[in-house]
Each structure stands twice: as structure tokens, then as C-alpha cells.
Design a protein around this ligand. Structure first.
Ligand code: IMP
Ligand code: MG
Length: 197
């Protein structure tokens, strides 16, 4: 993780999880997950872009054991703050998952739709095992039953950004996780800033 710089919180955001809280939880998750895989059974991590990339980057170092890493890009979201429509695969995995010990790395599980779809799709490739880690779990919003083996933090039903999570592509770079005070207003503002109508 990069050395921490003085924390600047943009207007409209309130810090929910500090960089320090995230760092220590990710370290614990890394140890907990690494224990699941005996020597010689190197896990193959499938991180979900884009949000999961930041978490995966820290998690692989916290796991401190041999592993392989791939990314998949999915999309069920527009620029809003609620899931919309079915999941689409935008970018696919590099190789076969057959016989591998897969670990899905997600930033956040909300309704569960995205994760349920990804788990089903990966199971069709006949992996040896399939586990999931999510940094954040908004468990009260679950609509699709889905198993999450490791959770960083269970959070309330609030729209959050930072540490990879975005609102209309903004705020991914923040080292902390923040609640958006008025998601609709901020989304509109960022659309205007991007020059969209
Ligand atoms: P689900 O299919 O409803 O579980 O949606 C999961 C996906 O929605 C996550 O992987 C995120 O990309 C996005 N998402 C859900 N809640 C939030 C949030 O509070 N902030 C940012 N993205 C979110
Ligand atoms: Mg996601």
C-alpha cells in the first residue's frame, strides 16, 4: 500500500472506513484466506474489474503465498447507484479454469446478482474449488442468495465510494471508503463535469 498522504475528503463524502482500518482488515483476510489452500494448491484469483482491482492488489500481497491472478470485467451498472439490468461480460478470462482452485475477488456484494451470475458461470468451467472474498457486504440488500466465504466489512445500505469503488467513474483513487451523502446530486454533478448532457 502507498504511504498515506494527508487525508482530503471531497465535499459530499463522509469517511466510513479509514485507510488504516482497511489495511488491517485486508491483512487479516489475506492470512485467513491463505490458510485455506495447502502448499501446492495455489489459488487462482479472479478479480472483478474495475473496483476489485484495488482490493486484489493489496490482498495478493497480504496472502503472501504463491498464487495466480486474472481479471474479469462485468457490467450491470450505468452511471447510477442502483443495479440495472442483466450482467454483461465485458472482458473475459485468459485461460481455462478447469481443475483450478478459484477465488473470486469482489469489491462489494449488494443485491448479489452480479456475484451469483459469476459463480454460476465459473462453475460451468469445472474448477476444483470456488470460494469468494468481498471487501464489503451490504447484506441487507441481498435479493439473490449467494455464498460469500470471506467478508471484509458488513455495511449498511448506503452508497459508498473509494478504494476502487466509484460513482460514475469518480473516487476510485481514494485510500478510504466513504459514504456518498446525496448520490443522485453527486452523480449529476460528475456527469456535467464530464461534459455529458
Ligand atoms: P449487485 O449485483 O447488486 O450485488 O451489485 C454488485 C456491484 O454493484 C458491485 O460489484 C459494484 O460494482 C456495484 N455496487 C454496488 N453497491 C455499490 C456501492 O455502494 N458503491 C459502488 N458500487 C456499488
Ligand atoms: Mg463490482
Amino acid at each position: 500500500m502507498l504511504p498515506s498522504s494527508p487525508m482530503v475528503v471531497p465535499p459530499g463524502l463522509s469517511v466510513l472506513l479509514t485507510a488504516g482500518q482497511i489495511r488491517s482488515r485486508v491483512a487479516a483476510l489475506g492470512r485467513e484466506i491463505a490458510r485455506q489452500y495447502p502448499p501446492g494448491r495455489d489459488p487462482h484469483l479472479v478479480a472483478v474489474l474495475k473496483g476489485g482491482a484495488v482490493f486484489a492488489a493489496d490482498l495478493i500481497r497480504a496472502m503472501a503465498r504463491p498464487l495466480t491472478l486474472d481479471f474479469v470485467a462485468l457490467s450491470s451498472y450505468g452511471a447510477g447507484t442502483r443495479s440495472s439490468g442483466p450482467v454483461r461480460v465485458v472482458g473475459d478470462l485468459m485461460g481455462s479454469v478447469e481443475g483450478r482452485d478459484l477465488l473470486i475477488v469482489e469489491d462489494i456484494v449488494d443485491s448479489g446478482g452480479t456475484l451469483a451470475w459469476l459463480q454460476d458461470t465459473l462453475r460451468q468451467g469445472r474448477p476444483r474449488s470456488l470460494r469468494t472474498v468481498a471487501l464489503l457486504d451490504k447484506s441487507s440488500r441481498r435479493r439473490t442468495a449467494v455464498s460469500v466465504d470471506h467478508v471484509g466489512f458488513t455495511i449498511e445500505d448506503r452508497f459508498v465510494v473509494g478504494y476502487g469503488l466509484d460513482l460514475a467513474e469518480r473516487y476510485r483513487e481514494l485510500p478510504y471508503v466513504a459514504v456518498v451523502d446525496a448520490p443522485a446530486g453527486l452523480a449529476e454533478e460528475s456527469r456535467r463535469a464530464a461534459g455529458a448532457s
